[in-house]
Design a protein around this ligand. Structure first.
Ligand SMILES: Nc1ncnc2c1ncn2[C@@H]1O[C@H](COP(=O)(O)OP(=O)(O)OP(=O)(O)O)[C@@H](O)[C@H]1O
Ligand SMILES: [Mg+2]
Length: 248
């Protein structure tokens, strides 16, 4: 499975004729790493994540997922490899019930109904929603809907999980459940977050992005214990929560 890496090679991106939002991004995440993407509002986190499954394409440079360059031709295979939980994860639930939402991807892949059921049951169980498959999304709490969105990605059995601010708006219990779900995921995770304590607990490594450039790439704990480093001092002076290794 070592070929399931994420590599950005000098990736530049601008939204239509606007200024550059990603300005030469280079990094490689190897299989099984759990990595946090940290940065202030508007620094380019979501824009970066959306390049990974080709929802946005670089204006220059290249994104490679496990030896496969992300291009229009490879989108299908890339999206089977990469499961993406969006910043507005409620938008991912559009079927009459969450069971159908979670089964949508596997059904779309043409899997037999028996296998679809196995995956739906497994994914709902993994996120603590067993027995709720017949419920419509609107009848669930915000935390349960986030869990359902994650299940709809896990049912595709991805090798890489990409999540955009997964703990936003969750209460302490739902956040804890989310962390436990993600801890069990044995493959690669890249998650954008402002929740630095969650980053510290889940991710050995963090990338720090500022104005479309990676300005820090280090063990998360080293960011926590060396807050005077240039990459992190920017983060510390913001309104973002401060790393606190003592709470972990
Ligand atoms: N659809 C869009 N069209 C034009 N500009 C956009 C679009 N989406 C984002 N931007 C701009 O791109 C820059 C990076 O935005 P992005 O959403 O990637 O930041 P972010 O780090 O995810 O922020 P947040 O922490 O608020 O989610 C911002 O300047 C933003 O205004
Ligand atoms: Mg964002």
């Amino acid at each position: 499975m070592s070929h399931h890496y994420i590599q950005f090679k000098d990736v530049h991106f601008s939204y239509s004729r606007g200024p550059e939002v990603l300005c030469g991004i280079d990094f490689r995440i190897t299989h099984g790493e759990h990595v946090a993407l940290l940065g202030l509002n508007g620094s380019g986190k979501s824009t970066l994540l959306l390049q990974i499954n080709g929802l946005l394409m670089p204006t220059r440079g290249e994104v490679v997922i496990g030896d496969i360059p992300v291009t229009k031709k490879t989108l299908r295979i890339v999206r089977q490899t990469v499961g993406m939980v969006f910043q507005n994860s409620d938008d991912m639930l559009f079927m009459p019930t969450i069971g159908e939402d979670v089964g949508f991807g596997p059904r779309n892949m043409g899997l037999p109904e028996e296998e679809v059921k196995r995956r739906v049951d497994g994914a709902l169980d993994a996120v603590g929603l067993s027995g709720l498959g017949d419920r419509p999304a609107f009848s669930l709490s915000g935390g349960q809907r986030r869990a359902a969105a994650i299940a709809s990605v896990l049912s595709m059995e991805p090798d890489i999980l990409v999540l955009d601010e997964p703990s936003a708006n969750l209460d302490a219990r739902a956040r804890r459940q989310l962390i436990e779900i993600l801890k069990k995921f044995r493959h690669t995770i890249l998650l954008a977050t402002h929740d630095t304590d969650m980053a510290l607990e889940l991710c050995q490594r963090s990338l720090v992005i500022e104005a479309g450039k990676i300005i820090g790439d280090a063990p998360t704990m080293s960011l926590a214990v060396a807050p005077e480093s240039p990459a992190v001092s920017l983060f510390r002076t913001s309104e973002a929560p401060v790393f606190n290794p003592a709470t972990n």
